[in-house]
Design a binder for this molecule. Structure first.
Ligand SMILES: CC(C)(COP(=O)(O)OP(=O)(O)OC[C@H]1O[C@@H](n2cnc3c(N)ncnc32)[C@H](O)[C@@H]1OP(=O)(O)O)[C@@H](O)C(=O)NCCC(=O)NCCS
Length: 332
């Protein structure tokens, strides 16, 4: 069966590093609380004026260079973000225009922390079906500009960072077995309000009301414990389903890249799978939670550090707002 394979990968984070000590000056928090509860030490924040599509384009350029291709040969874009530059249109078309990619199609995926795997699932199907032969898959977030730095929002404000990751996906015409083995995507919308940004909401007329601003309803909110418990259960479950579908088991995993939500969640996922922690890629200490971008950033680092080698089994898993969760198995 035709498989799609990642032929290039890159990531980009804005240069400004924000330490826990920097946050202590702005938020009622401590370095100790943040490290203990999340494992985060630093994250990157954009300067004002820098948009999500700007980060996406930088990451895309790096993935294109890594693949050694001419960007003009890309024939479709799938872009994942929860923080698009505008309410509409999405960032896919902005990336398309900024890269000068003619009139190729651009699909936006809105699956938050699971966005990269959902986007990979969609792009993989387009390639397996023979619809496209070279897809740019990009995930990017600018979250620092809309976090609530008051006591009510400090649980989230310390966790999130800005960044972008991108891959080029192409058909593997050889029979070496490399490529995306499967993607498994799940959701449970009953829990939408446990991790969301409630407003703006078109059901309100007018949509933008001062009262909503005063109530902080334009900020993201979460029920941290509920998210923690569900993320810790759903990611191992999705990995097991993916492994079983391919006749594999946990012992076959060479590298697991969980969405970098919280280092304690990543440890719970490893424990839940009985997977040695050294097989789990973790870089949240330096980037925080970059939502859809976290997996391609971690994957790129792991490859460039030599932690992932040709022929190895790489497993991705994510959990986030929706709730949505997912797994992907890749023979590297
Ligand atoms: C948010 C999270 C780190 C909180 O950790 P926790 O161990 O549940 O926190 P605790 O219950 O021990 O502590 C909560 C207390 O810390 C306080 N607190 C919250 N944020 C704080 C901060 N940034 N600094 C200091 N104190 C903070 C709370 O007000 C609460 O105080 P109280 O006990 O006086 O009411 C944790 O629930 C979590 O990681 N959840 C998942 C979050 C996530 O990954 N979201 C994205 C998913 S994609």
């Amino acid at each position: 069966m035709l498989r799609s394979v990642i032929t290039g990968i890159g990531h980009y984070v804005p240069p400004r590093v924000v330490t826990n000590q920097d946050l202590e000056k702005r938020i009622n928090t401590t370095d100790e609380w943040i490290r203990q509860r999340s494992g985060i030490v630093t994250r990157h924040h954009v300067e004002p004026g820098v948009n999500t599509s700007d980060l996406a384009v930088e990451a895309a350029r790096r993935a294109v260079a890594d693949a050694g291709i001419d960007a003009s040969t890309i024939d479709f874009i799938v872009a994942a973000t929860l923080s698009p530059d505008h309410y509409f249109p999405g960032i896919g078309v902005l990336v398309q225009a900024k890269l000068g990619l003619g009139t190729i199609g651009a699909l936006d995926v809105r699956n938050q922390c699971s966005g990269f795997i959902y986007a990979l699932g969609a792009a993989d199907q387009f390639i397996r079906a023979g619809t496209y032969r070279r897809v740019l898959l990009v995930a990017a977030e600018v979250q620092s500009s809309n976090l609530d730095y008051s006591d009510e929002g400090r649980d989230m404000a310390v966790l999130f960072g800005d960044g972008a990751g991108a891959v080029i996906l192409e058909p593997n015409d050889s029979d070496d077995g490399r490529g995306v083995l499967s993607t498994h995507l799940f959701s449970d919308g009953r829990f939408a309000s446990r991790l969301w940004m409630e407003k703006p909401c078109p059901g309100d007329n007018p949509t933008f009301q001062k009262e909503f601003f005063d109530q902080g309803k334009f900020f993201p909110r979460m029920d941290g414990r509920h998210v923690f418990v569900n993320a810790s259960e759903r990611m191992p479950e999705a990995v097991r389903i993916g492994l079983a579908a391919n006749g594999l088991d946990v012992g076959d995993i060479d590298a697991l890249i969980p969405h970098q939500a919280n280092d304690r969640i990543s440890q719970m996922v490893a424990k839940g799978l009985k997977l040695p922690e050294e097989k789990v890629v973790r870089n949240i200490d330096r980037f925080g939670n970059t939502t859809a971008a976290s997996i391609p950033i971690a994957l790129d680092e792991a490859i460039k550090e030599g932690r992932i080698r040709r022929g190895q089994l790489v497993v991705l898993t994510a959990f986030g707002s929706g709730y949505t969760w997912a797994s992907a198995l890749i023979r590297w």
